[in-house]
Design a protein. Structure first.
Length: 191
């Protein structure tokens, strides 16, 4: 009995990707390894790993190529991108940029606070609609906090405009901004 169930399970494991590929195509199959960390459909629940769904294609490609080339350091991303050619990275970028970023988890907080105003004042000018800049709304607060720390310590390059915008924020304002961007009504829900 165990042999039959085990054989059926193994067959299912190999059959499901083939069925999925028929519906979604090669980019989906290529991205299957990404699902483990970045979530199914490119959306990640709160934590230290970013959601990729709906990010600008140019930004995603630039970031993946930087991981591959070693100009951007990541915990596992440098190794994960080794060996991928530009064509494949462009497929990843196109696939994830085409996914919907709108989910209940990405709804913006309607609780009165400074977060929305801080976003409009300090972030939206660059992070809304620029092809090579990431979309921030709905992104995981912990991930964004980690990126900001990497920028502060020099592990990531920080654009001059962003350095200026970030230096204008207090620690409390930064937490309100991050909470707003993740769509949390209370900071505790973001972590």
């Amino acid at each position: 009995m165990h042999v039959v169930i085990g054989s059926l399970f193994i067959g299912l494991v190999f059959a499901v990707p083939g069925v999925q590929a028929g519906n979604r195509g090669e980019p989906f199959m290529l991205s299957n390894g990404c699902i483990n960390c970045h979530g199914f459909e490119g959306r990640r629940t709160p934590g230290a790993i970013p959601s990729l769904a709906g990010q600008p294609e140019a930004y995603l490609y630039k970031t993946l190529a930087a991981y591959r080339d070693g100009t951007l350091k990541g915990t596992i991303m440098n190794r994960a991108m080794e060996g991928y050619d530009d064509r494949t990275l462009r497929q990843f970028a196109k696939y994830y940029s085409g996914l919907s970023k709108d989910t209940p988890a990405t709804a913006m907080s309607k609780v009165p606070g400074q977060g929305e105003g801080l976003y409009v004042q300090h972030c939206s000018g660059c992070h809304e609609g620029q092809a090579d800049t990431p979309y921030l709304r709905g992104q995981n607060a912990q991930y964004m906090e980690d990126v900001l720390k990497d920028m502060a310590t020099g592990q990531r390059t920080i654009p001059r405009e962003m350095a200026s915008a970030m230096s204008a924020l207090t620690g409390e304002e930064l937490q309100q901004l991050l909470g707003y961007l993740q769509g949390c009504s209370q900071e505790a829900l973001c972590h």
